[in-house]
Design a protein around this ligand. Sequence first.
Ligand code: 23J
Ligand code: MN
Length: 257
Amino acid sequence: MQQTAQLLAALTDALQSGQVRVVDLTQPLSPETPVINLPPIFGQSPPLTIECICQYDDTGPAWYWNTLHLGEHTGTHFDAPAHWITGRELANNTTDALPVERFIGPACVIDASREAAADPDFLVTRAYIQAWEAQHGAIPAGAWLLLRTDWSKRTGSDFLNDSHTPGFDADALRYLAHERDVKGVGVETVGTDAGQAGGFDPPFPAHNIMHGAGKYGLASLANLDQLPPQGAVVVAAPLKIVQGSGSPVRVFALVGA
Ligand code: 23J
Ligand code: MN
């Protein structure tokens, strides 16, 4: 108990002194936030709309608040296992049922920004991850595996890039889920799957494999270039939406200065 108290005091002291920094991994959320484009045969997620209830005026003289209308998977967001049919039968698979202690974990950051700049359809493979581990150490169980592509620095149509965006191949995802037991994968692109992943085997392998294994997803992350390859701690806690498939989320990392 004494030791635990010291541990937590050391953390709050380090945050206060700036020895530990907090890096915001979240994109701004607005009606301009890009939303994934699925083929027209599928239902579409709408862009965010914000309607002012009142702003210090007749309908609320001393207050300001808004009504939001948005898809669960808008902007920087969390994918719960129930988002995909492969995670449908798992216990505690929705946002309200996920154990809170699983929202925090060590981060491993794979930098594929050079490859993604050269080839927007670049896919991280098992061999690519193993080469990263040889250099930076094994991915610990319970880690968030974050893929840096610098996609968050793109704006406008360059961000969605006509569904040519980087990601993982199926074998890399099986390695992460089954041989490394990650908490989930996080990406800078609009979804955890590569832009062309609807045509992969299986289709959308990041969703299919990760959620089938009870793992999570984080999409539209920012500032991954400010994280070390290992050593940061990431916090990503979705809204407690009853039976929710996911949620917009404020994601941040604790990083040694
Ligand atoms: C539904 C269908 C395909 C995809 C997605 C959603 C996402 O990327 C998402 O936001 O979860 S690829
Ligand atoms: Mn999603």
